[in-house]
Design a protein around this ligand. Sequence first.
Ligand SMILES: [Fe+2]
Ligand SMILES: [Fe+2]
Length: 418
Amino acid sequence: MNGLRTKIMGARAGAGMVAFFLIFAICVACAGPAGTAPSSRPERIILNPTQNPSTSMAVTWRTTDAVKKPQAQIAVASASPDFIDDAVSAPAKTETIKIDGVNPVYYHSFVFESLKPSTLYAYRVGSPAGWSEWNHFRTASESAEPFSFVYLGDPQNEIESMCSRVFRKAQMKAPDAAFWLFVGDIVNNGENDDEWREFYDAVGWIPRSIPMILLPGNHEYKKTAGVSEGLTYLWRPQFTFPENGPAGLNELKEASYFIDYQGALFVTLNGNERLEEQAKWLKKVLADNPRKWTIVSIHQPFYSTAGNRDNPYHKMLFTDIFDKYGVDLVLQGHDHTYGRTHRVFKDKKRKDKGSVYVVTVTGPKQYKPSELYKDLMAKTGTQTQLFQVIRIDGDKLAYESYAVTGELFDSFELAKTN
Ligand SMILES: [Fe+2]
Ligand SMILES: [Fe+2]
């Protein structure tokens, strides 16, 4: 205790030193984007699954300085450090954008292809001017092997301060998750690069090893005087998602897509625009779907769980399709509460068929629950920061929702009988 007091008093004593550090800090803050000097070192490295994660994987990163010859390098991982001898290099694609129309940053991406299924790889990204560390990821199996993934609702606010603890607990609870799935409103203002910086600081090294599936919420859309002006210019440069969504619609590129993962189909919808075209596309995707499990994700919930909210147009367009094609699980966010339905078919609770709809929330902003669909709900809640671990194993899907403090908050199982 005495030692601590001495340190605090000592810190107060050196006014001259404080002035020096203040001037130094101001100089550094003037030097480049987000208060830091331009750097050729890779930052914000993130893996995204491709349509076929058993043989390919996408990686994106950025530098705040222009670099020559950005590259991705990869080798089959081994315990021996000699794995580096077998690494191969490939040139990355670079896209330059200006943050707030002023500070240029350089987004680089590469898709590793022709990989072996069920194999642990080591990769790094960078250029002769600076490299990342070597990171590991595992390709998916070609067959329906068991796997788990993490599902997260809106982080959105106080991402660094209050969401980090959720991400850390989720990683400890499911260290071998095949991927994490975010259902939008990752940040509060999608145009604010510093909020995205917070997100990467909060998730730390996790997206360098665990691929991330993300879809846009309404907060990833640019708005002027309350009118939407489209998906933020920061979305596509910083992620590399499959471009297998509705054909010919640039608005939906990398924001509406599907991924095949070990016998399960994951469809992400962009609930913010072009809903009719996505409904048509979804019908086609689901009509040709031999996978055992089908999971759809979207930001806006079909059975709202908060306040006076409701999304009848979304419901009118999509829930009949889910019923017809036997979607198992619908993962949603937006309502900043928790709500998990029983199986629902034609808007009614059923034991024998129908989809389970879930809304959850990661961040500290929490709304008052709604009573609107209370007859459909199996579990509701609010004022609770949550994460979910979902395991698919053959004919069984086991769902668990955990509070950030580690207690089991909700769970259920689905089983296939045919
Ligand atoms: Fe939202
Ligand atoms: Fe939100």
